[in-house]
Design a protein around this ligand. Structure first.
Ligand code: PEP
Ligand code: MG
Length: 583
């Protein structure tokens, strides 16, 4: 009988392959009391294990393919740095000496301390930090255990689907190196480094499938759908052929969509569209080339602040921005200033600045509020953005605006930075545009005021929906309430688009809704012409929109907005999408 398991799909794609069950020896830590004379030998044993674990990580780093994005190595570097840090290399030695216990018990004690230090914070980003601590400590514990099975990826893994309790970023890299078809883990979340790496490396992956290893037999054929987060064991011949068909269709569809690369993004009634990309990490730039995006509508710069102990310097910002500009070859780069806090936490010394312990971080000191309250965080970025503007077209985008006083403050800072650059004879674009994200309901309602102060607006539906409907965007228990079709959401979107049109400034959308095939026609009917989305959705969106007539959509959308029930609204949405070419 076929068995279906569901988890969190973290990297799209369909994989069919034999299951390779990764069973690392369970690490049992028993505590032993040492005699005083045994302590020096135990300290040596511990140090040797740290050295061995380090050697393993260095080997993983050396296995990273040359063309892999730099984030891949930075995740491994993080583990190496953690291992070198006194909290893991020195503190356990002190515990061994002070408490006269064995290395394993000392490490375990330190693990508990560290996890406690992260507190009982209910935050998925911090949870990934705990993952890192666990991965690094486990690697030392394994090195301490002479009998531990050292599972390393091998040629044998080619074409297989790895089923594991958990995988480290180093495991993920070597899996790609050895051509695995996909992986499933029992633990993990969307934001874990392993998940991010799987997406960057293009490995179909599902995480968080509790206890799956109990039910899967080694070597049996399983299938994995990374989009739906679904694993199927013992699929029937019929199911398998269905999956093969889907794999084939996906390939065909991608080939078909690729033909649209050079097609102009213009509707059937001549409305010019701007389809831009959202980027976060370097790997996204490669994807961008494959789809010929009209520039970047949202560069999330928060990744620059992650996996490090200190605030990035002006020069570091500058180097990255000029690198991205070079890759864009003259297309515009919209750099969003750091939107730290809430769902985008950082580590190290900076962690306290983003106040993860705040009672309600999503409503706390995040995004522009944090930057305005801590200019040592903001100024280096502003200077770097302005300096980079001399090297290519840059727009600056301010996140999480609530009132126009914040805009005025930011514009004042920009003009001060410009003056100091002039004084220092440093080049910048005097006319660099400054826009604002409309993602707080108050800003959407008062969009006209914002449109008068700013050069462009960009609607962030991820937060706009979160705040309008009072649902935490990372809480899966209220996920069912996430509804872009809620009349309140549509009305705020419409108000923002209308405000931009009235002020004669561009309005884009860069939240997930802008790349969602269910809503792009509706958005066009609402008057939106600038869409920014993950690169892999651009061609599909183009295909969806170029056959439309905006004039027709406008009429259909006004009927939809006048609907008296959500059923009526959805029926009208179906009608709008019915003629979608992908249907
Ligand atoms: C948004 O809120 O819609 C958005 C694009 O920003 P982020 O998802 O980075 O908060
Ligand atoms: Mg946002």
């Amino acid at each position: 009988m076929s068995l279906m398991f569901s988890g969190i799909g973290v990297s799209r794609g369909i994989a069919i392959g034999n299951a390779y069950l990764l069973r690392r020896n369970q690490i049992d830590v028993t505590s032993r009391t040492l005699l005083k004379k045994g302590i020096p030998a135990e300290v040596r044993r511990f140090k040797r294990a740290v050295k061995d674990a380090r050697a393993q990580l260095l080997m993983a780093r050396d296995n990273i393919p040359k063309d892999a994005p730099s984030d891949v190595s930075s995740f491994i570097e993080t583990h190496i740095l953690m291992l070198d840090d006194a909290v893991l290399s020195q503190r356990p030695v002190e515990i061994i000496k002070g408490e006269m216990i064995n290395a394993e018990a000392a490490l375990q004690q330190q693990r508990e301390e560290l996890i406690k230090a992260f507190g009982s914070m209910d935050d998925s980003y911090l949870a990934t930090r705990i993952d890192d601590v666990n991965h690094v400590i486990d690697s030392v514990l394994r090195a301490l255990d002479d009998g531990a099975e050292n599972v390393v990826a091998s040629e044998q893994w080619k074409g297989q689907i790895i089923v594991a309790d958990d995988l480290t970023p180093a495991d993920t890299v070597s899996m790609q190196h050895h051509g695995v078809a996909g992986f499933v883990t029992e633990t993990g979340g969307q934001l874990s480094h392993t998940a991010i790496l799987a997406r960057s490396l293009g490995i179909p992956a599902i995480v968080g499938v509790s206890n799956i290893r109990r039910y899967i037999k080694p070597g049996e054929v399983i299938t994995l759908d990374g989009r739906l987060g679904m694993v199927l064991a013992e699929p029937t011949e019929e199911m398998l052929s269905d999956f093969r068909r889907q794999q084939k269709e996906t390939r065909l569809r991608q080939r078909e969509l690729a033909k649209l690369i050079d097609t102009e993004a213009v509707t059937a009634d001549g409305v010019q569209l701007k389809l831009m990309a959202n980027i976060e990490i370097e790997e996204d730039l490669k994807a961008l080339k494959r789809v010929s995006a009209k520039g970047v509508g949202l560069y999330r710069t928060e990744f620059l602040y992650m996996n490090r102990e200190t605030v990035p310097t002006e020069q570091e910002h500058f180097k990255v921005y000029t690198k991205v500009l070079r890759a864009l070859k003259g297309e515009t780069l919209t750099i969003r200033t750091a939107d730290l806090g809430a769902d985008k936490q950082v580590d190290g010394q900076m962690a306290s600045r983003t106040r993860p312990q705040a009672h309600n971080p999503a409503m706390g000191l995040r995004g522009i509020r944090l930057c305005l309250s801590d200019t040592s965080l903001f100024l280096p970025q502003l200077r770097a953005i302005l300096r980079a503007s001399a090297r290519g077209p840059i727009h600056m985008l301010l996140p999480m605006l609530t009132n126009v006083a914040e805009v005025a403050q930011c514009l004042e800072m920009v003009s001060q930075v410009k003056q100091s650059l002039r004084d220092e004879n440093i080049e910048f674009d005097e006319n660099m545009l400054v826009g604002g994200m409309i993602e707080v309901p108050a800003a959407a309602i008062a969009a006209e005021q914002f449109a008068r102060q700013l050069d462009f607006l960009s609607i962030g539906t991820n937060d706009l929906i979160q705040y309008t409907l009072a649902i935490d965007r990372i809480d899966d228990q209220v996920d069912y309430l996430y509804d872009p079709m809620h009349p309140a959401v549509l009305s705020l979107i419409k108000n923002t688009i209308d405000a931009g049109q009235k002020a004669g400034i561009p309005v884009a959308m860069c939240g997930e809704m802008a790349g969602d095939a269910r809503y792009v026609r509706l958005l066009l009917g609402l008057g939106l012409t600038e869409f920014s989305m993950p690169p892999n959705l651009i061609l599909e969106t183009k295909k969806n929109l170029i056959t439309c007539r905006r004039a027709t959509l406008k009429k259909q959308v006004s009927t939809l907005l006048a609907a008296r029930s959500s059923e009526e609204m959805l029926a009208q949405l179906d009608k709008i999408n019915a003629s979608a070419p992908s249907n």
